[in-house]
Design a protein around this ligand. Structure first.
Ligand code: URP
Ligand code: ZN
Ligand code: ZN
Ligand code: ZN
Length: 476
């Protein structure tokens, strides 16, 4: 007797599509096959796709910021929105505040997440202070405790690291087996361009994109790849926005480097012209790197189709638009450089790729599963407990109705922001039932699951997941 049987659906993993029933016991997948026995509960998935729950390995929730600016999502609203968008695991960042150690920051993030989550969560560590003590002691201890990925920034005052600091952080990754994600934009070049634009009085949101042109991202991408080559470590290039940065990834791979590439919906669906909206409305689209043009969008689609990109993440980094403590903060109104960077998108990531990618024939269903779930689990040490449909794996599942049509409207979404950058976009296909650890969390647009059902998940060393790490402990 199963706890739950999903009957008659079309299953897909990252490698194959097949018709089967799926039986769940104790929160894990217990059997996959035809004509399974009865379940205490049964779901009819006739005409639907049964996919591994989405894993969004790049989201920002409840991050502190200076200047009195509030992030629009905490762990409750952020994971609720993720869940409704077909996700069962998210990987937000842990950003230490000034003077705070990473261990103290993690304590604060665990406190913010505890009992609040609708999806499972795990944290990446943002390295802002690569001191000898941090690199030599703190980070190795944290990696041993299951925090196995770091992010470093080449831009943003207060966050950016110089080349020596990046190399030292990569070296810690080399010694510990952790994986480093890099935000590639040349801060000095950006500052130079900001100075020129402000001197000309060109301060509207559109200048955000003009001061972060492709060259700024391409140069930093090349440099990050070179530093990883020197340090002899794999590297993740996050939120790639254009073809020239993609070419850098291709060249590094051709030289034999292990590079993981990530892109996001904004680089497929938006352009810099979206930043030109009237009355500062362009602020809604301010994110870094900025959206580019149609040629860059086409290049990013090619990267999705041909394998330059392994990861399709949202980079959900939500601020409210019509809010003095969000995008329209009083300082933001004086210059684009004070508009908080980041846009919401955790709930629309999967429907956009499903509709624009699978339904329009650009990618097949296994590639969709790889880009949105399996590769995230593999890259960040959650596989095969997560990211696939296999016996013994967590029963984290999204059931998709490929015939469901809707027009994206923020009023129907579940995040804490007050707009969607994709308002008005018509999509075909939506995750109508979402199951976390065997529990039906969302069904036909209704929230059935409880806050707190989502758990913190410790991770293995990336790429080192054993064949059966199913006994990995979870802690609260
Ligand atoms: O504009 C963005 N992407 N904000 C989020 C922070 C980051 O760099 O990922
Ligand atoms: Zn970034
Ligand atoms: Zn200008
Ligand atoms: Zn980000």
């Amino acid at each position: 007797m199963f706890d739950l049987v999903i009957r008659g659906g079309m299953l897909s993993t990252a490698s194959e599509v097949f018709a089967a029933d799926l039986g769940i016991v104790g929160g894990r997948i217990a059997q996959i096959g035809s004509g399974l026995g009865a379940g205490a509960r049964e779901i009819d998935a006739e005409g639907k796709y049964v996919l591994p729950g989405g894993i969004d390995s790049h989201v920002h929730f409840a991050q502190p910021s200076g200047e009195g600016i509030d992030m629009a999502d905490d762990f409750e609203s952020g994971t609720r929105s993720a869940l409704f968008g077909g996700n069962t695991t998210v990987l937000p960042f842990c950003l230490p505040e000034e003077g705070q150690s990473l261990r103290e920051a993690l304590k604060a993030y665990h406190a913010k997440a505890q009992g609040q989550c609708y999806t499972d969560v795990s944290f990446h560590l943002i390295v802002t202070d690569p001191s000898e003590a941090v690199l030599g002691q703190d980070l190795p201890a944290l990696v041993a405790d299951g925090y196995t990925s770091f992010k470093v920034f080449m831009t943003y005052e207060g966050l950016r690291l110089n080349d020596g600091q990046i190399l030292a952080t990569l070296d810690t990754a080399r010694r510990t087996g952790a994986l480093v994600m890099v935000h590639c934009e040349n801060e000095d070049a950006i500052r130079y361009l900001i100075g020129r634009h402000e001197a000309e009085g060109d301060v509207a949101p559109r200048a955000h994109a003009s001061t972060r042109p492709v060259a700024v991202e391409r140069e930093a991408t090349h440099r990050a790849l070179s530093l990883a080559e020197v340090a002899e470590v794999p590297i993740v290039i996050v939120h790639v926005s254009n073809g020239e940065a993609m070419e850098e990834i291709g060249r590094a791979r051709a030289r034999g480097q292990k590079v993981i590439g990530e892109t996001c919906p904004q680089y497929l669906m938006l352009t810099a012209r979206d930043l030109e909206g009237m009355d500062w409305e362009g602020a809604k689209f301010v994110c870094s790197p900025p959206p580019r043009d149609e040629a860059a969008q086409a290049a990013c689609w090619r990267g999705i189709e041909t394998g330059v990109f392994d990861l399709f993440s949202s980079d959900h980094c939500p601020f409210r638009y019509a809010d003095e403590r969000g995008k329209l903060n009083p300082r933001g109104r004086t210059s684009f450089r004070h508009i908080p960077n980041g846009i919401p998108g955790v709930e629309t990531r999967l429907p956009i790729l499903f509709s624009e990618g699978v339904m329009k024939g650009r990618i097949d269903l296994p590639r969709f599963v790889a880009l949105t779930s399996t590769n995230h689990a593999r890259t960040y040490g959650l596989y095969p407990q997560k990211g696939t449909l296999a016996i013994g794996a967590d029963a984290d599942i999204a059931i998709w109705d490929p015939a469901h049509r809707r027009t994206i409207a923020h009023a129907d979404l579940h995040d804490g922001s007050d707009y969607s950058p994709y308002e008005g976009l018509a999509v075909t296909g939506w995750p109508t039932t979402v199951i976390l650890g065997g529990r039906v969390m969302v069904e036909d647009g209704a929230l059935l699951g409880q806050k707190g059902a989502g758990q913190y998940r410790s991770r293995s060393i990336p790429g080192m997941a054993g064949p059966t790490p199913f006994r990995q402990e979870t802690t609260g």
